[in-house]
Ligand binder design. Structure first.
Ligand SMILES: NC(=O)c1ccc[n+]([C@@H]2O[C@H](COP(=O)([O-])OP(=O)(O)OC[C@H]3O[C@@H](n4cnc5c(N)ncnc54)[C@H](OP(=O)(O)O)[C@@H]3O)[C@@H](O)[C@H]2O)c1
Length: 278
């Protein structure tokens, strides 16, 4: 394979490349971007921002992308970083906080953010009849408007770079529905329309926008469910179990990879078959 200055590689196995007229072997992974500098191939890490990357699914995504060699910054509301990761403080319900977090992250990674994972999210469950305006607004403001604020800010740098990946962490509930989660389902369904509109606006600039829709994942969010509710959910999931956060991270890692360059506006379920057809 002849090498240009920058070679986005999509193979997963050792490949042979031509460097300065000589053949060389290189191990190429999903996220690797190689530069030819003189006679050597050097790896340039991609820049990643993950909202709510301090715990649960976001943390698993961060660890997976760090393992791929990416330059990852996570957000937490406190600004505290999990071990081995860099963090910036961010409250996604506040535009100024989002803008400041991006500026701080860009300083840490030395350039624009190339991959945004909009993962931060909350639940405030209540039956429709009893749900207050505050409960509805809080969930939509965090899960949907929060992702919008991040996508809008991220798009600036991605347009300049002429490449980018936006990955929105939705939920099976967004398409399947769930009693007591009118606010949550509305916020998560909204992410699908948002990703598809971004795809139509920015698809021509090598920017993709996709949605991952997890089912039930073992994190703090599901830990608070009563045991009998968990057992009922498990019985409804064809796979018969909840997933580990790493299983969602694997889907995000794929959508962020060069192998997914032609996938945009898609909804990728990671739900053990729970939402099939939705
Ligand atoms: N667990 C599941 O079964 C499941 C299923 C489907 C979809 N999801 C979605 O996956 C995402 C991650 O869920 P999880 O289970 O990992 O949840 P989690 O363990 O409860 O973590 C939630 C994350 O969101 C952050 N966050 C909440 N409100 C925020 C705000 N206003 N500004 C910035 N960050 C905020 C939290 O930050 P702090 O630590 O600072 O509070 C935390 O990092 C969510 O969008 C959730 O809806 C989860």
């Amino acid at each position: 394979m002849p090498c240009a200055d920058t070679v986005p590689c999509v193979a997963y196995a050792p490949v042979t490349v031509t460097v300065g007229g000589r053949l060389a072997k290189a191990l190429v992974t999903a996220s690797t971007r190689w530069h030819v500098e003189g006679m050597t191939l050097t790896h340039s890490p991609r820049t990643v921002l993950i909202t709510g990357g301090n715990r649960g699914i976001g943390l698993a995504i961060a660890r997976a992308l760090v393992a791929d060699g990416d330059h990852v910054v996570v957000t937490s509301r406190s600004g505290e970083a999990p071990e081995g990761l860099q963090a910036v403080a961010c409250d996604v319900t506040d535009t100024a906080s989002v803008d400041a977090a991006f500026a701080a992250a860009e300083k840490l990674v030395g350039g624009p953010i190339e991959i945004l994972v909009a993962n931060a999210g909350i639940t405030q469950d209540q039956l429709l009849l009893r749900m207050s305006d505050e409960e509805f607004d809080a969930v939509v403001d965090t899960n949907l408007a929060g992702a919008f604020r991040c996508a809008r800010r991220a798009s600036k740098g991605m347009i300049r770079l002429r490449r980018g990946r936006m990955i929105f962490v939705s939920s099976v509930v967004g398409l399947y529905g769930s009693p007591g989660q009118v606010n949550y389902a509305a916020s998560k369904a909204g992410l699908v329309g948002m990703a598809r509109s971004i795809t139509r606006e920015l698809g021509g600039r090598a920017i993709t926008a996709n949605v991952v829709a997890p089912g039930f994942i073992d994190t703090d969010m599901t830990a608070e469910l009563p045991e009998e509710r968990k057992a009922a959910y498990r019985a409804a999931i064809p796979a018969g179990r909840f997933a580990a956060p790493e299983e969602v991270a694997a889907a995000v890692r794929f959508l962020a990879s060069d192998a997914a360059a032609y996938i945009s506006g898609a909804v990728l379920p990671v739900d053990g078959g729970l939402g099939m057809g939705h």
